[in-house]
Design a protein around this ligand. Structure first.
Ligand code: ATP
Length: 303
């Protein structure tokens, strides 16, 4: 279990992480979401003892991670897949990690096979694609068979097959009772990867709940209607409590009433409809509007 308690990190005038409090539990995949610059990497670095908090605490199984000798047996992490010695082979890289953490060397070939790098194990990492480097980073995280795993943007650079593989791997690790904490700046990635979400913006907590709770609270349902007589239909629907927006001639959006009811009312009042389509806003757009205030750089806008 990872416990974050009023965790704060300031760099000069910038508050990268601001009084964050949340818990990451075992047995689930927890997504750590926020726009660029929200403070995700800084939080992960503090969990790993690579950055010192300005205030508050981050503990793993009740202990600050920095106090643990042979850390890879307790927490496995992929922070920056590019941060490896390009001149070494994957096998040499993992063997060095295994030796310094007193992990049996047979684990090296086990994890290389597990991430699909068995055949490339002897090649220089410098010649690896970004996706292969991600796989190697994941192998490093798995090396010590740890109960807690942290991944910073692990889906970057992976092809669709790689993304599916990572999702399956995370599910399996969680099903084995491990704590799996995965950062991303894209809801679309986490929607199919995580069971729970911790959402932050400008270093502050915005949401901490299951994916189902997040979508129930944030996904807005509406019905698109198209037809030549929408103005008269709008009056009928509004009288029944719906909200209607006529966006352009012949097009409208209705909220607060299901498509079935709209169809029935249109029939009863003899209104011709050319289209009636239920729509659920994507979780991505819910995430974007939730974090809009905390986006550091908005294209085309001076802030
Ligand atoms: N070493 C540092 N010195 C100064 N400012 C820093 C440092 N590290 C991070 N920051 C600032 O802290 C804030 C949070 O950065 P962080 O990298 O943790 O965000 P992030 O959510 O991981 O973003 P991204 O998705 O872009 O990696 C940003 O404003 C960043 O510029």
């Amino acid at each position: 279990m990872i416990e974050i308690e009023r965790l704060t990190k300031r760099y000069g005038a910038t508050t990268a992480v601001d009084q964050l409090t949340f818990t990451v539990r075992p047995g689930t995949v927890t997504g750590f979401l926020g726009p660029n610059g929200a403070g995700k990497s800084t939080t992960l670095r503090m969990i790993l003892g690579l950055d010192t908090p300005t205030g508050g605490s981050a503990t793993v199984a009740g202990v600050p991670f920095a106090n643990r000798p042979r850390g890879l047996r307790h927490v496995g992490a992929l922070l920056d897949a590019g941060d490896v010695h390009g001149g070494r082979s994957a096998r040499a890289h993992l063997s060095a990690l295994a030796r310094s953490n007193r992990i049996p060397l047979r684990r090296v070939d086990e994890v290389l096979a597990e991430v699909g790098l068995g055949k490339a194990a002897g090649r220089r990492i410098g010649g690896y694609s970004l996706g292969m480097k991600q796989r190697l980073g994941i192998a490093g995280a798995l090396l010590g068979d740890p109960p807690v795993l942290l991944f910073d943007e692990p889906l970057n650079g992976l092809d669709p097959e790689g993304v599916l593989w990572v999702r399956g791997l995370f599910r399996r690790l969680a099903a084995e009772g491990r704590t799996v904490f995965v950062s991303s700046h894209m809801m679309a990635e986490m929607e199919h990867t995580a069971d729970r979400l911790v959402v932050i913006g400008r270093g502050r907590l915005i949401a901490d709940e299951s994916l189902a709770e997040f979508s129930a609270r944030n996904a807005v349902s509406s019905v698109a209607v198209r037809g030549p007589e929408l103005a008269s239909l709008a009056g009928v629907l509004r009288a029944e409590g719906a909200e209607v927006r006529l966006t352009e001639p012949g097009f409208g959006t209705v909220t607060g009433m299901p498509a079935e009811r709209i169809g029935e009312l249109a029939l009863r009042h003899g209104v011709v409809l050319h289209e009636l389509a239920a729509r659920t806003s994507s979780l991505e757009s819910a995430f974007m509007s939730l974090t809009a205030d905390s986006v550091e750089y908005l294209a085309g806008e001076a802030r």
